[in-house]
Write a protein that binds this ligand. Structure first.
Ligand code: B16
Ligand code: MG
Length: 221
């Protein structure tokens, strides 16, 4: 079976918004006197907005401090700070090697899609000026279950009219690698902080992205 599509996570694969997520959560955590550092932030990668807040509460033994409604309210407040911060994103923020990789894949007829847990994905892609390179964009607004559930990758696969074996997923987060595998796809990890499931091909950074290398590793050259 030949590869017909590449499906990309956004944050940490196409651009690095983890820093902005961190700064926005840090501001909220400080407001409550909660501990939250960059190591803790690793646990929020690929995880939904509300689940991210719950993890911060768990780290601080404060699981029961807020009602569901209050959690929504504070998560929304974090999002407002995040939206302000990502206004600064420009095409220079596309990670190294990504533009060339997308263009090379496209010129070979490989379909491109985005499978992001972020509701802000469309805005970030517009700011990066790469939105029009993708045949399909699935953000958290289009799915009901977040990674490690495979839904967002399956939504992309179905929208492209393909089979799982014809798709290769790219992720920087442990939850994302699990989601790609659960979708029955080959997983390329970019600088993944592996705590359980290993990607099939592990790259240190996006600068190592190369279409021939990826297809050869997936046995599809
Ligand atoms: P938002 P990805 C994820 O994006 C981020 O990695 C994760 O840290 C964030 O909590 C999640 O999006 C939700 O983002 O609050 O903007 O909806 O890596 O799946 O592209
Ligand atoms: Mg990510």
């Amino acid at each position: 079976m030949s590869c017909k599509a590449f499906i990309f996570d956004l944050d940490g694969v196409l651009t690095d918004t983890a820093r902005y997520h961190y700064l926005a959560w840090k501001q909220l955590a400080d407001q409550f006197g909660f501990h939250f550092d960059e190591k803790d932030n690793e646990r929020l990668k690929g995880v939904s907005r509300i689940r991210s807040f719950e993890i911060i509460l768990e780290i601080n033994g404060a699981e029961n401090r807020f009602t569901e409604e209050e959690k929504e309210k504070w998560a929304n407040e974090k999002n407002q700070k995040y939206v302000e911060l990502i206004r600064a994103i420009t095409p220079d923020d596309v990670l190294p090697g990504v533009q060339a990789f997308l263009d090379d894949a496209k010129s070979r007829g490989i379909k491109l899609a985005v499978a992001s847990a972020s509701r802000n994905a469309p805005q970030v892609l517009e700011s990066l000026k790469i939105a029009d390179k993708f045949d399909y964009i699935a953000d958290a607004g289009k799915v009901s279950k977040t990674k490690p559930d495979p839904e967002v990758f399956l939504v992309c696969r179905d929208a492209l009219g393909l089979k799982s074996e014809e798709c290769i997923g790219f992720e920087d987060a442990q939850a994302g690698i699990e989601a790609i595998h659960a979708a029955g796809m080959y997983a390329v990890g970019i600088n993944v902080d592996v705590t359980s499931e290993e990607p099939d091909l592990h790259l240190k950074s996006t600068a190592e992205l190369n279409v021939d290398r990826v297809l050869a590793a997936a046995g599809q050259a």
